[in-house]
Design a protein around this ligand. Structure first.
Ligand SMILES: [Zn+2]
Length: 302
């Protein structure tokens, strides 16, 4: 009897510790990173098409996470409403914007962004958009979690943009709305499709024409197994991704950007872009890599 009790006493604390350890890593909780991409790309969110019930549900989910993580609302209720016409159809979009104040350069903003919208339901099929771009949104949460623990030097705007798939409309509106004066935005760090790569490669775009960012990236050593590759920016013969996602809206207004993403894959914009087809280990490493680049740029007066 005594032995059994002793056994229980020993086992219970160890198990509790082990569970906490997963969620008490130095950087961020990996379990949560995976949990949120899984939720956001589940059928319950109906492919998150702009203006749909699924999009509304996604907005609530993001707001709840921002709130729980201690990210402050940049605007009332975290919401930035806008409307636009695309192919003669009228849409209402909603960006979700959170905020953390910088400790050293509080007037200078780094906008960390990921679009949350996707393709919705077409001919009865749900386009879940796990990699595109539930992966970027869940990464926003992990980065926020990290920055609550280790406050950033620059002020940070966490931007979950709407209507990227309909022509970068959410980010276009954000940069023209002057919610924050563009001269105070020193960098956009955009994430769009970061959860899978057969070659274990993550691309970073936007450093080639920026001396400071180029120096940071060229000297950057990844601690993870990921190969971080500079390119896809018009100089290497590969597809030019400078205008491929929301970072383009910042770039067009002359603001520096870094875009992180993977090569297109067979499930890109297909109903098979599902949680089952992401690579969790690659994804965790990708977010760690992005965070390590962020830390370096945040250290510099940009
Ligand atoms: Zn995308």
């Amino acid at each position: 009897m005594f032995r059994i009790i002793l056994f229980l006493l020993l086992v219970i604390p160890i198990k509790t510790l082990a569970q906490n350890k997963t969620c008490d890593s130095v950087l961020f909780c990996k379990t949560n990173l995976i949990k949120h991409i899984k939720s956001l790309s589940s059928d319950a969110f109906e492919g998150r098409r702009t203006g749909s019930q699924g999009a509304e549900k996604t907005q609530k989910y993001i707001i709840n996470q921002f709130h729980a993580l201690g990210v402050l609302p940049l605007l009332k209720g975290y919401k930035q409403n806008f409307d636009f016409i695309e192919k003669r159809e009228y849409y209402k979009g909603v960006n979700i914007l959170g905020y953390l104040k910088g400790t050293v350069f509080p007037k200078d903003y780094i906008v960390i962004s990921a679009h949350y919208d996707h393709e919705g339901i077409k001919q009865g099929e749900i386009f879940n958009g796990a990699d595109d771009n539930a992966s970027g949104v869940s990464a926003l949460f992990s980065i926020a979690e990290y920055l609550k623990k280790y406050p950033p030097k620059h002020s940070i705007i966490f931007a979950a943009f709407d209507a990227e798939e309909l022509g970068l409309e959410g980010s276009k509106y954000f940069v023209k709305s002057s919610t924050v004066d563009s001269k105070h935005i020193v960098l956009n760090l955009n994430m769009d499709m970061i959860s899978r790569s057969e070659k274990n490669e993550l691309y970073v775009v936007g450093a080639s024409d920026n001396k400071v960012l180029k120096e940071v990236l060229q000297g950057h050593k990844c601690s993870s197994k990921i190969k971080l590759k500079l390119g896809h920016d018009g100089y290497d013969g590969l597809d030019n991704w400078i205008y491929s996602s929301d970072h383009a809206s910042f770039h067009k207004k002359g603001m520096p950007f870094l875009y992180f993403g993977v090569e297109d894959h067979k499930d890109y914009h297909e109903p098979t872009d599902t949680f089952e087809n992401i690579q969790p280990d690659f994804y965790v490493d990708a977010v760690k890599t992005i965070l390590s680049v962020f830390k370096k740029v945040d250290d510099i007066k940009l």
